[in-house]
Design a protein around this ligand. Structure first.
Ligand SMILES: Cc1ncc(COP(=O)(O)O)c(C=O)c1O
Length: 393
């Protein structure tokens, strides 16, 4: 009797007793089935304010009309042709990404793949093998990107890793000494997203860039999470006064369509000649149609400036909450981290927010991460701040 009661509770909560999926994700017992802007609904009709953007993907919000129209138009023409043929769409998106700068693009399907391409390009171009990355960084789950990730828990059980990766302390001047004539490239996030929303010190990044230049080392900036408007400029590096040799994108680029990109300075192009690297789906027409619409929308006058203002408003609102649970508030633009006092407090806060209808993310062990769509309204920011105040006091 007790067993049947327990079973009914599980079913009511939406917990599956048997799944045909690998258990590599710990999933919530509900499914989001529709969305518009920042509002999403689960299968039972409960509405949530989405401050995850699908982990920094839906930067223009769910169901964005410009992306939807572009997708529908492309779907009516052709969905996919391989990279054996010219692609006007790839050329247009690559040109939009480069802007005034002289970068060339390689399109792929995810952040890990973009970083994988960057690692391969750096080794091939420099003829060196050593890669320097940083503690608590996150660069993806494929072998190269996972090895670049400076987190032992992510490496555990998958050894041997790719050889010749070393790890420095983030924001530590001593790490500059690790950049030598043996180093092919340094890979760095300007804000460590998964690692806990830790912002790079501007002077440290500038010195790192200088040191790379002096040693003939390529600087790879991983903009997978910080890119595509998230921090208030199209790419975060624009705010740090540096110009990477290579940078990588994914997440927000397709606003929900899987697309990644690696951009490199034009002089690196010779190392990626025909046959050197590739992927079947990279530059897929549907994904690139979405990316083009995203970049056109973000290019509208004033759009990116609003991101900085909204981020400032959100951080000020959080700072105004008097709470013993908050240790620090960090971030740039609409990439916001609230460091809390413990893992237990973080778990309870995210659960309470979810129950009250606000979806949020975790980063590192104790950081509550907020990544609302860049289109978030003032009313939605106020609503989120009111819910945060309720659970943090
Ligand atoms: C900075 C950074 N790089 C790379 C990745 C990996 O991207 P993907 O999951 O698309 O492979 C992520 C994902 O969270 C990321 O935040």
């Amino acid at each position: 009797m007790q067993y049947i009661y327990f079973l009914c509770i599980l079913i009511q909560k939406g917990v599956r007793l048997m799944s045909y999926l690998f258990p590599n994700y710990s999933r919530k017992p509900f499914e989001i089935v529709s969305g518009q802007g920042l509002l999403v609904q689960d299968q039972k009709g409960k509405t949530y304010l989405d401050f995850t953007s699908g982990i920094g993907v839906m930067n223009l919000g769910h169901h964005h009309p410009a992306v939807e129209v572009a997708l529908a138009k492309q779907a009516g023409q052709i969905w996919h042709m391989p990279n054996l043929y010219q692609s006007q769409l790839q050329e247009e998106v690559a040109q939009a990404l480069a802007g005034e700068l002289d970068y060339v693009s390689f399109f792929c399907n995810s952040g890990a793949e973009a970083n994988e391409a960057a690692i391969k390009l750096a080794r091939k171009y420099t003829g060196r093998s050593q890669l320097l990355t940083f503690q608590q960084s996150f660069h993806g789950r494929t072998y190269g990107a996972m090895t670049a990730t400076g987190q032992a828990t992510i490496h555990a059980g998958f050894e041997p890793l790719v050889p010749d990766f070393i790890y420095g302390e983030y924001n530590d001047h001593k790490a500059l000494d690790l950049v030598t004539e043996q180093t092919a490239a340094v890979m760095v996030e300007l804000i460590q997203g998964e690692g806990g929303v830790i912002v790079a010190e501007r002077s440290w990044i500038q010195q790192l860039a200088k040191r790379c230049q002096a040693m003939g080392v390529l600087l790879i900036v991983d903009e997978v999470q910080t890119g595509i408007g998230r921090t208030g400029s199209l790419f975060a590096f624009e705010q740090f006064g540096i110009q990477p040799d290579i940078f990588t994108l994914a997440k927000g680029l397709g606003n929900g369509l899987p697309v990644g990109a690696m951009l490199g300075k034009r002089e690196l192009a010779s190392a990626f000649g025909p046959g050197s690297h590739g992927t079947t789906f990279g530059g897929n027409k549907l994904a690139l149609a979405a990316a083009k619409a995203v970049l056109e929308t973000m290019g509208a006058p004033g759009f990116l400036a609003t991101v900085g203002e909204k981020g400032e408003y959100l951080r000020q609102g959080i700072n105004a909450i008097q709470s013993a649970k908050i240790v620090a508030v960090r971030g740039l633009g609409l990439m916001v981290g609230i460091q809390l006092v413990s893992e237990e407090v973080l778990a309870s806060v995210t659960e309470q927010l979810e129950a009250k209808g606000l979806l949020s993310l975790r980063a590192g062990k104790t950081v509550l991460r907020l990544l609302p769509a860049l289109t978030v309204s003032e009313a939605e920011l106020q609503q989120a701040l009111a819910l945060l105040a309720e659970v943090l006091v």
